[in-house]
Design a protein around this ligand. Structure first.
Ligand code: SF4
Ligand code: SF4
Length: 497
């Protein structure tokens, strides 16, 4: 990478600007490598990537995050196998367009419900981010949890701490290095395979996944292809891309800057307390230090060496910061050693640091909260008014009327019934606007199995004297166990005279 930044083309004297007809030329200026805003924290001057070797954090925040991570990892990996009334806890089967959320099956016909739920989810994220910044990223995002609590810990276990890792990477290839690297990447690949399979189970369901694993592989080329594809993607993310997944790929990280304001709670360095930075002299007392105009930051860089995204939190809120709290733990440990109060790096808002204001429920948050409440209200209304059955009742394509032996006119219909409940339901159809008979061929009654779609053919028979014309509107009542569920409209064709 060049160390000069391109600027927008400008028409200035000496840059084509003297001659209004001359085309504008680009100008460049040198990158200020001391200004963190002008370059990526992980980019070197020659444009290559600076591989990060963050030191393993320790402290109360890391401990709490570890406990929470264990809980979330258990939920993540068991989620597709947990069943509620026989349905997965969460399944987003795009292929069959069948979705299960908290054990309730949603069909493509429930798309409006799904869309409202998604809108409520995003409104919730906006409100949450406006109030609490990237708390999600640091504490609950699967990428952060898997990277920092699983892959990174395994790396510390296999290769040693950050100093040992750096030394190993710098060392020439040897049998030992090859052995360590093969062992580490073997484990990383196996874990990626497990994660890829879990994702697949969330998409197609655990039963379908087990079928792919246990059946003849020749019957599941596509499934196996996805299995391998997901494995390679996760392996690339955790073995190679790492923090780049958060800084370059994750859309949430990109739009969060539009949501944060000066009242948002973030991991922040208290510059009023920390500046002016200066190393701590052994013979120095806190009073002498203050008299010299120095703050509590002793410029030890402990908050920087633990950062998994390679930034310096003292530069202020930065796009790369995933609010993982590692720098809070590192700085608290330094403050403890110096017998200074903890919290030089802490959860705080900009206004909290500059003006000592507590976290506030701002007008923006109130607006988002109102929208969120409206969406949740709409979602609850749609769920409560969702019918047990959803029926389509269409005349069989290409069919006309028939005359029965008894002289009645019959039409053939194709009926699809989605049973949205967990239990099997006996379904009955009654023509409500005419005295007609509805016949389900081959069965005394149609049974719609729970959480399934059933399709069948149905005959409607009418006395020809009742037909006002060649095309008669029909209103069909759908009943389940004798209870009226819905009324659907269709038409009945008969002879012209
Ligand atoms: S760990 Fe604390 S004292 Fe050390 S450089 Fe960071 S902010 Fe300053
Ligand atoms: S600056 Fe602190 S909170 Fe942000 S990513 Fe780095 S270590 Fe984590």
């Amino acid at each position: 990478m060049s160390d000069r930044l391109p600027l927008d083309p400008v028409n200035t004297p000496g840059n084509g600007g003297d001659d209004p007809g001359a085309p504008p030329r680009s100008v460049t200026r040198p990158v200020d490598w001391d200004d963190f805003r002008e370059h990526l924290a992980t980019a070197t001057r020659d444009g290559s990537r600076r591989w990060l070797y963050p030191r393993q954090p320790s402290g109360r925040w890391y401990r709490w995050r570890t406990w929470l991570s264990w809980v979330l990892l258990i939920v993540l990996f068991t989620g597709p196998f947990i069943r509620i009334q026989g349905n997965p806890l969460l399944m987003l089967n795009m292929v069959e367009r069948r979705f299960s959320i908290l054990g309730r099956i949603f069909w493509p016909q429930d798309m409006i419900l799904f869309a409202v739920a998604m809108l409520a989810f995003f409104a919730g994220i906006m409100i949450f981010t406006t109030a609490f910044g990237r708390l999600w990223c640091g504490w609950t995002c699967p990428q952060t949890i898997l990277m920092e609590m699983v892959f990174r810990k395994l790396e510390y276990w296999i290769e040693g701490d950050s100093v040992a890792q750096r030394a190993l990477d710098a060392a020439p290839w040897s049998a030992r290095k090859l052995r360590i690297k093969l062992f580490k990447h073997g484990i990383f690949f196996a874990l990626s395979f497990l994660i890829g399979n879990t994702l697949l189970a969330y998409i197609i369901g655990s039963d379908a996944l087990l079928q792919i694993i246990t059946d003849d592989p020749r019957q599941h080329w596509i499934g196996l292809g996805f299995m391998l594809g997901f494995t390679l993607v996760f392996y690339a993310i955790f073995a190679r891309f790492r923090e780049q997944a958060c800084t370059f790929i994750c859309p949430y990280g990109r739009f969060q800057s539009a949501l944060l304001d000066e009242n948002t709670m973030v991991v922040a360095y208290d510059h009023r307390r920390g500046e002016v930075r200066a190393p701590w002299r052994r013979d120095e007392t806190p009073d002498q230090r203050r008299a010299a105009g120095h703050g509590d930051c002793v410029n030890c860089h402990q908050c920087v060496v633990v950062c998994p995204t390679g930034i310096d939190i003292r530069n202020g809120i930065q796009m790369e910061c995933v609010n993982c709290t590692a720098c809070m733990d590192a700085c608290d440990a330094v403050m403890d050693r110096l017998h200074l109060p903890r919290g030089l790096v802490r959860y705080a808002s900009l206004n909290g640091i500059q003006r000592g204001e507590p976290l506030r429920f701002t007008a923006r948050m109130k607006l988002y909260a109102t929208v969120l409440c409206g969406l949740i209200g709409l979602f609850v209304f749609l769920v409560l008014t969702r019918t047990d059955l959803q029926t389509t009742f269409l005349r069989a394509p290409g069919s006309l009327f028939q005359t029965t032996a008894a002289g009645r006119i019959s039409n053939l219909y194709t009926v699809k019934v989605i049973n949205k409940t967990h239990r099997d339901l006996p379904v009955e159809f009654r023509v409500e606007n005419l005295p007609a008979r509805v016949v389900v061929p081959g069965a005394p009654q149609l049974i719609a199995p729970g959480d399934r779609l059933v399709q069948t053919s149905v005959l409607v028979e009418l006395d020809p004297g009742l037909l006002p014309g060649p095309n008669t509107p029909l209103r069909i009542g759908v009943y389940a166990g004798g209870r009226h569920i819905e009324t659907i409209k269709t038409s009945f064709v008969g002879p012209r005279s």
